[in-house]
Design a protein around this ligand. Structure first.
Ligand code: ATP
Length: 336
């Protein structure tokens, strides 16, 4: 659906140049809800703006539905942009226009006949559950309602892709939930491909199918969300995931016997419901003292992490760890 190949972006300044994107390669499939996460300045907005050529890459190619968009002339580019909706952190609504008129705006530009516009506006208001706000002005709406209008406007011309630039960052947690639910519904009912950029792992956890982690203009880690959550490898990803990975509190670390071996086990999916740990205990005669842990429900799957102390013969502990790894339980030594 979207293929980003070797994309670089350099901003030239008076005193220095900024390399905002460095060799970005990304594959977004039809129907994905693809999250791009990174700290401020990582290059997320620049990357997303390269997808619709609001920003021109310095080097590299972007393909949408197998079409190299770098080769489009300005009228082809306008046509292509009709098929890419975008929503923003601060909604970007026109304050002098009503809700219905805001939704009509992209259809006016696309020269959709007036009677078709009216029908489409009603359909979209129903989809975003704002039928009663048709004639209200943006100033009369809450943040969540404004973003619903932003979503309806972005969908007006039946896009193939929806780009969301920090779409929930200005909203409270409850409103964020309702907007994420709406995006999921749109993805499922319309089969729309959604690209979300955010600095909140919670957003990725809630609805994304895949994630790319960006830092200093590069993608440092990417993959299906359950896999990246269960086995983050890059330190930046680890720090994003930390708040759900049941990190061991310092107070507990102080109290444990440092002559014993401490491990962090991470696992995902079906394994959470299998008695791998008790099998290991029986098979190798080692004791496992569970210090901390939990299982998170992540969309359709589960991911878990446990911090355990293994007590037993050195050789048997090694075998026990190998057994866990054979069963796709990641085992990281924390202390010994
Ligand atoms: N038009 C521009 N001119 C010069 N530098 C820019 C421009 N736009 C972005 N940059 C720089 O490019 C880098 C990446 O910026 P970008 O806005 O893409 O990051 P981001 O991850 O989206 O950050 P945030 O979450 O704060 O929006 C930053 O160092 C930024 O200062």
């Amino acid at each position: 659906m979207i293929e980003i190949k070797g994309v670089y972006k350099e901003f030239k300044g008076k005193s220095n140049n900024v390399e905002a994107l460095k060799n970005i390669n990304m594959h977004i499939e039809q129907g994905d809800i693809f999250g791009i996460i990174g700290l401020s300045g990582a290059g997320k907005s620049t990357l997303v703006r390269c997808i619709n050529r609001l920003e021109e890459p310095t080097k590299g190619e972007v393909f949408i539905k197998d079409k190299n968009i770098m080769t489009l002339n300005s009228s082809e580019l306008r046509e292509m942009r009709k098929k890419i909706g975008m929503i923003f952190q601060h909604f970007n609504l026109l304050n002098s226009r009503t809700v219905a008129e805001n939704i009509a705006y992209p259809m006016e530009i696309a020269k959709v006949p007036k009677e078709d516009r009216g029908k489409r506006i009603d359909e979209l208001l129903k989809l975003v559950e704002l039928e009663d706000k048709k004639d209200s002005y943006p100033s009369q709406l809450s943040g969540g309602q404004k973003q619903r209008v932003g979503i309806a406007r972005a969908l007006a011309n039946h896009p193939d892709v929806l780009l969301c630039d920090e779409a929930t960052s200005a909203l409270d947690p409850k409103t964020t939930q309702s907007i994420l639910k709406l995006l999921k519904k749109i993805n499922e009912t319309l089969g729309l491909t959604i690209v979300i950029i955010t600095h909140e792992m919670e957003v990725i956890k809630q609805i994304c199918t895949k994630v790319a982690v960006m830092e200093a203009g590069e993608v440092v880690e990417s993959g299906p969300v359950p896999k990246v959550f269960a086995h983050p490898t890059h330190p930046t990803t680890k720090s994003f995931v930390q708040n759900i990975s049941h990190d061991i509190p310092v107070e507990l670390l102080d109290r444990i016997d440092h002559n014993r071996q401490l491990f962090r086990l991470s696992f995902e999916g079906i394994k959470t419901s299998q008695p791998i740990l008790s099998k290991m205990i029986k098979k190798y005669g080692v004791d496992a003292n569970i210090l901390l842990g939990g299982i998170d429900h992540l969309q359709q799957t589960f991911i878990g992490s446990l911090i355990i102390e293994l007590i037993g013969e050195e050789e048997e502990i090694k075998k026990a760890v190998a057994f866990l790894q054979e069963n796709n339980v990641e085992c990281e030594v924390i202390s010994q």
